[in-house]
Design a protein around this ligand. Structure first.
Ligand code: HEM
Ligand code: HEM
Length: 176
């Protein structure tokens, strides 16, 4: 909240910011779906690509990157955006914390992009490298996937907490 604004202006600015972030979840969902679906089409449609992911060592990690950009990008972003809209409308209460919405947005995006980039890097390096160290390199990259995945998990908990706190006490508002 901007401390230079009057309380009414500040509340309106917060509402606008909340709408902006909710829409950013929707836009992210659109962008990730286009990337994820194109990725799937290329992976299924180009024989060399399909061969790479199915028959090279660790090539399947690239399928996991495709799966997770779709699941964490397209599916989850849509659910986040929809429920940020639905819960305040349903309970007739403003979102509990705008700051947590912003934190959730950035943490989820950073975690998801990190996971997808590192899954892909592990799949490509695992598939083309002839070094003796390749197993070690892949396992280090997968450990990093786990760290970015933890970020995604924490972001999800923040989202759930924020919606739960928003919905608390809805009966007293409804009785007014
Ligand atoms: C135009 C859209 C899509 C296309 C063309 C596509 C294509 C593919 C292809 C070709 C594979 C198999 C790769 C292989 O092992 O040879 C695959 C795997 C997979 N896709 Fe997609 N995909 C699409 C959208 C999605 C969406 C929206 C999701 C999830 C919401 C998804 C989740 C998965 C998962 C989980 C796998 C791995 C399945 C397994 O365990 O082998 N895909 N996709
Ligand atoms: C914190 C976030 C997540 C992390 C760190 C994560 C990590 C992983 C890992 C490491 C695997 C590979 C397991 C293996 O075969 O060795 C995997 C597979 C899979 N995950 Fe996730 N995951 C996350 C979230 C999700 C979500 C939210 C969904 C669905 C909505 C999902 C759906 C799947 C599916 C369908 C597979 C199997 C894909 C295949 O076999 O090709 N994951 N995940």
């Amino acid at each position: 909240m901007n401390s230079m604004l009057r309380p009414i202006d500040a509340a309106a600015a917060d509402r606008r910011d909340f709408t902006r972030y909710t829409l950013w979840f929707v836009y992210s969902c659109i962008v990730y779906s286009i990337i994820g679906f194109s990725w799937g089409s290329l992976m299924g449609g180009i024989p060399e690509f399909r061969h790479f992911v199915n028959f090279t060592p660790h090539g399947h990690l690239i399928v996991l990157a495709h799966a997770h950009i779709n699941l964490l990008g397209w599916v989850e972003m849509a659910i986040f955006g929809a429920l940020y809209y639905v819960v305040p409308k349903l309970t007739r209460k403003p979102i509990y914390s705008l700051r947590l919405v912003k934190t959730h947005f950035w943490m989820h995006n950073i975690g998801l992009i990190g996971m997808v980039v590192l899954f892909s890097a592990a799949g490509i390096i695992g598939g083309i490298s002839t070094s003796d160290d390749v197993e070690k390199q892949v396992s280090h990259l997968l450990a990093l996937v786990g760290m970015f995945g933890t970020l995604v998990l924490l972001a999800n908990i923040i989202w759930g907490y924020n919606l739960f706190r928003t919905s608390m006490g809805w009966e007293s508002i409804d009785a007014e």
